[in-house]
Ligand binder design. Structure first.
Ligand code: SAM
Length: 213
């Protein structure tokens, strides 16, 4: 039987979409409280990055919105336009729907591309804490660029350990050289889940802020 208080799987970061969906379904009702306990700062940090790149009335997709912490951070950062959310975990989407933040919430698996979203429909896209679980970083970042209009912005996060292991900087460079993104800025590593002993100061987070070409 699963135990919603056992998060030992989190550090390992499975790339089995079915396992991940089940883990997040089981965790959905207590996720927000746990993340507050662990001093999770990514939603607010990412919202600030996006704020510098698109207007406050931007139409935004929160890709991997989970229970809605990032949508709430966007609202707290005074974004006033429509925010849509998508995630593989239906229980997380149900929780996100209770906060009155999202225009539409839709279940989708980011390991199955293309996603069922039209071209150029968003001014901004934010994907926070999700790419741990999506090994084809290049594929999904190309897909994000398809869904965001030229000149729009994409802000993503990646764990510092996986940033190295998956040669993330090389992927980003390849996407700018291929003309998918016009520019990309990678931040310094910052605290990720400092209050979670499995992460502590050992695993940090980097953000990548990109302009769609
Ligand atoms: C650490 S949570 C982050 C949620 C939210 N962005 C936040 O910052 O609180 C990771 C989220 O990624 C979602 N996820 C993982 N793999 C996915 C996939 N293949 N497709 C869509 N969502 C996925 C999980 O269901 C979970 O909600």
């Amino acid at each position: 039987m699963s135990n919603e208080n056992d998060h030992s799987w989190l550090k390992q970061g499975s790339t089995s979409a079915a396992d991940v969906a089940k883990n997040y379904d089981d965790w959905a009702s207590t996720y927000n409280d746990d993340l507050v306990d662990w001093d999770y700062r990514s939603p607010a940090a990412a919202a600030r990055l996006l704020q510098a790149m698109v207007s406050s009335d931007a139409t935004i997709l929160d890709a991997g919105c989970g229970t809605g912490l990032t949508g709430s951070a966007l609202k707290a950062a005074d974004f006033t336009g429509p925010i849509d959310g998508t995630d593989i975990s239906q229980a997380s989407l149900d929780e996100a729907g209770t906060h009155g933040v999202y225009r539409n919430l839709r279940q989708a698996d980011m390991q199955k591309l293309p996603l069922d979203f039209a071209d150029d429909v968003y001014d901004g896209l934010i994907c926070i804490g999700v790419l741990t679980y999506v090994p084809d970083s290049g594929g999904v970042l190309r897909e994000f660029a398809r869904m965001v209009r030229p000149g729009g912005a994409v802000v993503i996060s990646q764990r510092s350990d996986l940033f190295q292991e998956r040669a993330f900087a090389k992927t980003i460079k390849g996407l700018t050289e291929a003309g998918i993104y016009a520019e990309a800025t990678i931040t310094e590593p910052q605290p990720y889940l400092p209050g979670n002993p499995d992460f502590g100061t050992e695993i940090e987070v980097l953000y990548v802020a990109m302009i769609v070409a």
